[in-house]
Design a protein around this ligand. Sequence first.
Ligand SMILES: [Zn+2]
Length: 167
Amino acid sequence: MFVADSVKDNQIVYVRPNGGRVLIPEDILASIFPYAQDSWNKPESGGVIMGRYIKDSEDIVVDKITLPMPGDKSTRFSFFRNRKSHQKIIDREWEASCFTCTYLGEWHTHPEPSPTPSFVDKNDWKRKMKQDVFDSDYLFFMIVGTSEIRLWEGNKYVNSFTTLNKV
Ligand SMILES: [Zn+2]
């Protein structure tokens, strides 16, 4: 099964531990699908996730992601983002959206059907929870597998991750 086949109604909605929802809309999914490692020669890819916290709710909409770009380092089993070039896009989107489109976390791909974070991923996520500058108490980490996209929510205070289920 290709990853696109796991998506109903052209979008994915995840449920947060606090009852809020995270919406990944169609255009974002469409830009991610080509990077799924569904053939042997596709390298690992990744980028950052940006979006909005919806007022008076715990809901979040992903509005923008960055895609691999020059300066990133990528192999079949690793991906290193060029900090500067991705940060430039974050800053630009933040201003262009009148300061609503904010950094939410990051995504990367795995060459496995239903992806799980590696030891390296978990350490990396913990480091980001400590070091990255972000407004809310949460960061989101997406792994794009070959037949499923999974999402984890990191909580700044307990420095742990919850797997989010789809609606
Ligand atoms: Zn990984």
